[in-house]
Ligand binder design. Structure first.
Ligand code: GRF
Length: 213
Protein backbone atom coordinates (compact mmCIF):
# COMPACT_ATOMS: atom_id res chain seq x y z
CA UNK A 1 0.00 0.00 0.00
CA UNK A 2 1.34 3.44 -0.92
CA UNK A 3 2.18 5.80 1.91
CA UNK A 4 0.95 9.36 1.60
CA UNK A 5 2.01 12.50 3.43
CA UNK A 6 -0.38 15.44 3.13
CA UNK A 7 0.84 19.03 3.55
CA UNK A 8 -1.65 21.69 4.64
CA UNK A 9 -1.65 25.26 5.87
CA UNK A 10 -5.23 25.87 6.95
CA UNK A 11 -8.78 24.58 6.76
CA UNK A 12 -7.85 21.20 5.35
CA UNK A 13 -11.12 20.31 3.60
CA UNK A 14 -9.31 18.57 0.73
CA UNK A 15 -7.28 16.61 3.25
CA UNK A 16 -10.47 15.70 5.10
CA UNK A 17 -11.97 14.39 1.88
CA UNK A 18 -8.93 12.15 1.44
CA UNK A 19 -9.46 10.76 4.93
CA UNK A 20 -13.19 10.21 4.36
CA UNK A 21 -13.00 8.52 0.99
CA UNK A 22 -11.05 5.47 2.19
CA UNK A 23 -8.21 5.59 -0.27
CA UNK A 24 -6.33 2.40 -1.12
CA UNK A 25 -3.34 4.00 0.60
CA UNK A 26 -2.08 4.79 4.06
CA UNK A 27 -2.19 8.43 5.10
CA UNK A 28 1.05 8.30 7.07
CA UNK A 29 1.01 11.90 8.30
CA UNK A 30 -0.45 15.37 7.89
CA UNK A 31 2.14 18.14 8.20
CA UNK A 32 1.48 21.88 8.42
CA UNK A 33 3.64 24.98 8.36
CA UNK A 34 1.02 26.69 10.55
CA UNK A 35 0.54 25.45 14.12
CA UNK A 36 -3.08 26.61 14.20
CA UNK A 37 -4.15 25.03 10.91
CA UNK A 38 -7.67 23.76 11.48
CA UNK A 39 -6.96 20.65 9.45
CA UNK A 40 -4.46 19.41 12.04
CA UNK A 41 -7.26 18.90 14.57
CA UNK A 42 -9.35 17.09 11.97
CA UNK A 43 -6.46 14.73 11.23
CA UNK A 44 -5.70 14.13 14.92
CA UNK A 45 -9.37 13.32 15.56
CA UNK A 46 -9.06 10.59 12.96
CA UNK A 47 -5.94 9.18 14.60
CA UNK A 48 -3.56 10.41 11.89
CA UNK A 49 -0.03 11.44 12.91
CA UNK A 50 0.50 15.20 12.60
CA UNK A 51 3.50 17.50 12.73
CA UNK A 52 4.16 21.21 12.48
CA UNK A 53 7.21 22.69 10.75
CA UNK A 54 6.72 26.43 11.36
CA UNK A 55 8.25 28.30 8.44
CA UNK A 56 8.72 31.51 10.44
CA UNK A 57 11.22 29.74 12.69
CA UNK A 58 13.67 29.22 9.82
CA UNK A 59 16.15 31.69 8.38
CA UNK A 60 15.16 31.20 4.75
CA UNK A 61 13.23 29.02 2.35
CA UNK A 62 16.04 26.55 1.81
CA UNK A 63 16.47 25.87 5.53
CA UNK A 64 12.72 25.54 6.00
CA UNK A 65 12.41 23.18 3.05
CA UNK A 66 15.24 21.02 4.42
CA UNK A 67 13.49 20.76 7.78
CA UNK A 68 10.18 20.01 6.07
CA UNK A 69 11.78 17.29 3.93
CA UNK A 70 13.41 15.74 7.00
CA UNK A 71 10.04 15.61 8.77
CA UNK A 72 8.30 14.19 5.70
CA UNK A 73 10.96 11.57 5.11
CA UNK A 74 10.43 10.14 8.60
CA UNK A 75 7.20 8.74 7.13
CA UNK A 76 8.88 7.35 3.95
CA UNK A 77 6.14 8.68 1.66
CA UNK A 78 5.52 7.36 -1.85
CA UNK A 79 3.30 10.32 -2.62
CA UNK A 80 3.19 13.88 -1.30
CA UNK A 81 -0.21 15.57 -1.52
CA UNK A 82 -0.26 19.35 -1.22
CA UNK A 83 -3.71 20.36 -0.02
CA UNK A 84 -3.89 24.10 0.52
CA UNK A 85 -0.19 24.25 1.42
CA UNK A 86 0.59 27.92 1.09
CA UNK A 87 4.36 27.96 0.72
CA UNK A 88 6.38 28.29 -2.46
CA UNK A 89 8.87 25.43 -2.50
CA UNK A 90 12.52 25.61 -3.52
CA UNK A 91 13.80 23.86 -6.63
CA UNK A 92 15.85 21.45 -4.54
CA UNK A 93 12.79 20.39 -2.55
CA UNK A 94 10.70 19.95 -5.67
CA UNK A 95 13.47 17.92 -7.35
CA UNK A 96 13.72 15.60 -4.34
CA UNK A 97 10.06 14.61 -4.78
CA UNK A 98 9.85 14.90 -8.58
CA UNK A 99 7.05 12.80 -10.03
CA UNK A 100 5.61 11.97 -6.63
CA UNK A 101 4.29 15.31 -5.40
CA UNK A 102 0.92 16.66 -6.51
CA UNK A 103 -1.08 19.82 -5.86
CA UNK A 104 -4.60 21.06 -6.31
CA UNK A 105 -5.09 24.56 -7.63
CA UNK A 106 -8.43 26.40 -7.70
CA UNK A 107 -8.45 27.43 -11.35
CA UNK A 108 -8.34 25.89 -14.79
CA UNK A 109 -4.58 26.11 -15.26
CA UNK A 110 -2.74 27.62 -17.02
CA UNK A 111 -5.27 30.39 -16.33
CA UNK A 112 -4.88 32.14 -13.00
CA UNK A 113 -1.82 30.61 -11.36
CA UNK A 114 -1.06 32.05 -7.92
CA UNK A 115 -3.45 33.58 -5.40
CA UNK A 116 -7.02 34.97 -5.46
CA UNK A 117 -8.06 32.83 -8.39
CA UNK A 118 -11.81 33.23 -7.93
CA UNK A 119 -11.62 37.02 -7.69
CA UNK A 120 -9.43 37.14 -10.78
CA UNK A 121 -11.76 34.83 -12.69
CA UNK A 122 -14.70 37.13 -11.87
CA UNK A 123 -12.70 40.21 -12.85
CA UNK A 124 -11.70 38.58 -16.14
CA UNK A 125 -15.33 37.76 -16.89
CA UNK A 126 -14.68 34.13 -17.74
CA UNK A 127 -17.81 32.00 -18.14
CA UNK A 128 -16.12 28.75 -17.15
CA UNK A 129 -13.80 28.32 -14.16
CA UNK A 130 -12.63 25.30 -12.20
CA UNK A 131 -9.80 23.43 -10.57
CA UNK A 132 -6.73 21.43 -11.55
CA UNK A 133 -4.71 18.60 -10.03
CA UNK A 134 -1.13 18.63 -11.28
CA UNK A 135 2.34 17.34 -10.56
CA UNK A 136 4.52 19.87 -8.79
CA UNK A 137 7.45 21.29 -10.73
CA UNK A 138 9.65 24.27 -9.87
CA UNK A 139 7.44 26.76 -11.75
CA UNK A 140 4.47 28.03 -9.71
CA UNK A 141 1.27 26.06 -10.55
CA UNK A 142 2.68 25.00 -13.89
CA UNK A 143 3.38 21.26 -13.60
CA UNK A 144 1.90 18.50 -15.77
CA UNK A 145 -1.89 18.38 -15.48
CA UNK A 146 -3.54 15.18 -14.24
CA UNK A 147 -7.23 16.11 -14.08
CA UNK A 148 -9.40 19.22 -14.23
CA UNK A 149 -13.03 20.02 -13.40
CA UNK A 150 -14.87 22.95 -14.97
CA UNK A 151 -17.84 24.79 -13.47
CA UNK A 152 -19.96 27.60 -14.88
CA UNK A 153 -19.60 31.12 -13.55
CA UNK A 154 -23.14 32.26 -12.76
CA UNK A 155 -24.64 35.73 -12.94
CA UNK A 156 -24.42 37.29 -9.50
CA UNK A 157 -21.58 35.05 -8.37
CA UNK A 158 -19.40 36.37 -5.58
CA UNK A 159 -15.89 35.20 -4.81
CA UNK A 160 -17.39 33.00 -2.07
CA UNK A 161 -20.15 31.43 -4.14
CA UNK A 162 -17.74 30.67 -6.96
CA UNK A 163 -15.14 29.30 -4.53
CA UNK A 164 -17.77 26.99 -3.01
CA UNK A 165 -18.79 25.66 -6.44
CA UNK A 166 -15.16 25.00 -7.34
CA UNK A 167 -14.38 23.44 -3.94
CA UNK A 168 -17.12 20.84 -4.41
CA UNK A 169 -15.33 19.71 -7.55
CA UNK A 170 -11.93 19.81 -5.84
CA UNK A 171 -13.28 17.30 -3.35
CA UNK A 172 -14.25 15.02 -6.25
CA UNK A 173 -11.18 15.19 -8.47
CA UNK A 174 -8.41 15.20 -5.87
CA UNK A 175 -9.19 11.79 -4.29
CA UNK A 176 -9.78 10.44 -7.80
CA UNK A 177 -6.30 11.57 -8.88
CA UNK A 178 -4.79 9.88 -5.84
CA UNK A 179 -6.70 6.67 -6.61
CA UNK A 180 -5.39 6.68 -10.16
CA UNK A 181 -1.83 7.18 -8.93
CA UNK A 182 -2.18 4.44 -6.30
CA UNK A 183 -3.49 2.09 -9.00
CA UNK A 184 -0.44 2.85 -11.16
CA UNK A 185 -2.63 4.35 -13.87
CA UNK A 186 -0.92 7.75 -14.09
CA UNK A 187 2.11 7.96 -16.37
CA UNK A 188 4.16 11.13 -16.48
CA UNK A 189 5.78 11.32 -19.91
CA UNK A 190 9.20 12.77 -20.64
CA UNK A 191 7.48 15.59 -22.56
CA UNK A 192 5.68 16.63 -19.39
CA UNK A 193 2.25 15.34 -20.35
CA UNK A 194 0.25 12.89 -18.31
CA UNK A 195 -1.51 9.76 -19.55
CA UNK A 196 -4.13 8.00 -17.48
CA UNK A 197 -4.68 4.37 -18.40
CA UNK A 198 -8.31 3.44 -19.15
CA UNK A 199 -9.60 6.93 -18.39
CA UNK A 200 -12.95 7.73 -19.96
CA UNK A 201 -13.13 10.99 -21.90
CA UNK A 202 -16.47 12.76 -21.50
CA UNK A 203 -18.30 13.67 -24.68
CA UNK A 204 -20.36 16.57 -23.35
CA UNK A 205 -19.15 20.16 -23.54
CA UNK A 206 -19.75 22.57 -20.67
CA UNK A 207 -21.16 25.69 -22.33
CA UNK A 208 -21.97 28.66 -20.12
CA UNK A 209 -24.50 30.20 -20.46
CA UNK A 210 -26.27 27.22 -22.01
CA UNK A 211 -27.25 27.31 -25.67
CA UNK A 212 -30.92 27.96 -26.56
CA UNK A 213 -32.78 24.70 -27.00
C1 GRF B 1 -8.26 24.96 -2.03
O1 GRF B 1 -9.10 25.81 -2.77
C2 GRF B 1 -7.09 24.51 -2.88
O2 GRF B 1 -7.39 24.39 -4.22
C3 GRF B 1 -6.10 25.64 -2.67
O3 GRF B 1 -6.26 26.03 -1.34
C4 GRF B 1 -7.56 25.70 -0.90
C5 GRF B 1 -7.38 24.83 0.30
O4 GRF B 1 -8.60 24.49 0.90
N1 GRF B 1 -4.78 25.20 -3.02
P1 GRF B 1 -8.63 23.36 2.01
O5 GRF B 1 -7.59 23.72 3.04
O6 GRF B 1 -8.33 22.05 1.36
O7 GRF B 1 -10.01 23.41 2.59
Amino acid sequence: MKRIVILISGRGSNMETMLKTRLPAEIAAVISNEADARGLTTAQDQGIATAVVPHRAFADRAVFDAALAAEMDRYTPDLIVLAGFMRVLTEGFVARYAGRMINIHPSLLPSFPGLHTHRRALEAGVRVHGCTVHFVTPGLDSGPIIVQAAVPVLAGDTEDSLAARVLREEHRIYPQAVRWICAGRVKLGANGTVTITDAVTPSAALIAPALDT
